[in-house]
Design a protein around this ligand. Sequence first.
Ligand SMILES: Nc1ccc(Br)nc1
Length: 457
Amino acid sequence: PSENGSGGGGERSASLAGPPVLENSVQKIDVNPPKGTRDFPPEEMRLRSWLFHNFREVSRLFGFEEVDYPVLESEALFIRKAGEEIRDQLYCFEDRGNRRVALRPELTPSLARLVIQKGKSLSLPLKWFAIGQCWRYERMTRGRRREHYQWNMDIIGVPEVTAEAELISSIVTFFKQIGISASDVGFKVNSRKVLQEILRSYSLSENLFAKVCVIIDKIEKIPIDEIKKELNSVGMPQEGVNKLLEVLSIKSLSELEEILGGAGEAIADLKQLFSLAEKFGYSEWIQFDASVVRGLAYYTGIVFEGFDRAGKLRAICGGGRYDRLLSTFGGDDLPACGFGFGDAVIIELLKEKGILPELIPQVENIVCALDHDLQGAAATVATMLREKGQSVDLVLESKPLKWVFKRAARINAQRLILVGNTEYIKGMVSVKILSSGEQSEIKIDELEYDHAVKEES
Ligand SMILES: Nc1ccc(Br)nc1
């Protein structure tokens, strides 16, 4: 409540009438963020900024351009009928214009929408990256988060597996850049074309494909009998189910080749990817795993996921080829592949490994007037330093020196600059290097000051 009293009738001073009574005495609001969401106060924001800086640095190294889209999209962008969890948990609602809208659960459909919108004006290949907040509405029974930030990298217009190899290389680069090695994490790599070839060999219709992938993706989350039941329920005959489950347990490409024969695209793609991995220098990071299909309906080819070798955490990142997504929105198909990398599991991994970065607030100068009538001079000194690119925490009110030193230590200032009368009239300020304690008087113009400090009137 403000000191001049607020609420009905004339102004009242607090001293006369006791604490001000707010009109309709508003109930204290809940100061926590909405369920499943996070605030980012300075310490947490430093870690997030560090993570995003590393995402951006790798994206720059790979020549990707940054893009972004509205967090709010038409619900239609995410309505897929393959039984995905991401669909069941869509954060959707009807807006005041009676439009069905949703907070985006992922970024790829927005990318597809923008590519269709831009159409022929785009010169391929596109290499776009984004870091965006994504949402889900999950019953809080599981107490899981409802928002996270995802780094996405996508290559549009390249049908060759070189695109997937490049994307995995970018993630390897990111891991190495933050101190994670191939002994900490790996990538499980597969191709959905394996499944496609099996469905074809049982002359099962292609529209089973997405649903079967979504079911298989749950293979480590629900009992195998449930998996079989769901596969049967979407129309897979028992014989096909058994063959499928047999293929999922294959451990090597040569074994896969025996089962599928050497003519299929699945084997060719996977062989090319592993050969490229050799050339990129990240062979030790990847392994074939026939059971990996990922849970998004639109993947059509190579899929991969980053995992922690200790087996304690959920997938760190995941991605793959999605050559048919654009046509599901009425656009002309373009070859496409990409990945999503969330901001949560990676932090858990860094904590597990004990390699979270130590991020401290940093400011070069704290400037303080030693008495109130020098506040203007202090502002002038601060401005001069800032114009030279120096960061300054300017003390904005009269404070005892003890307070100033305490604040200087808390914000980790490198230099304390005191504007005091005796020095000031000589055009000087007192400078203390806080790490060494070394103190000296410096001419203000030697602080790279480019115009005379005008006498305070
Ligand atoms: N898709 C999605 C969105 C938000 C969170 Br938290 N997790 C997954």
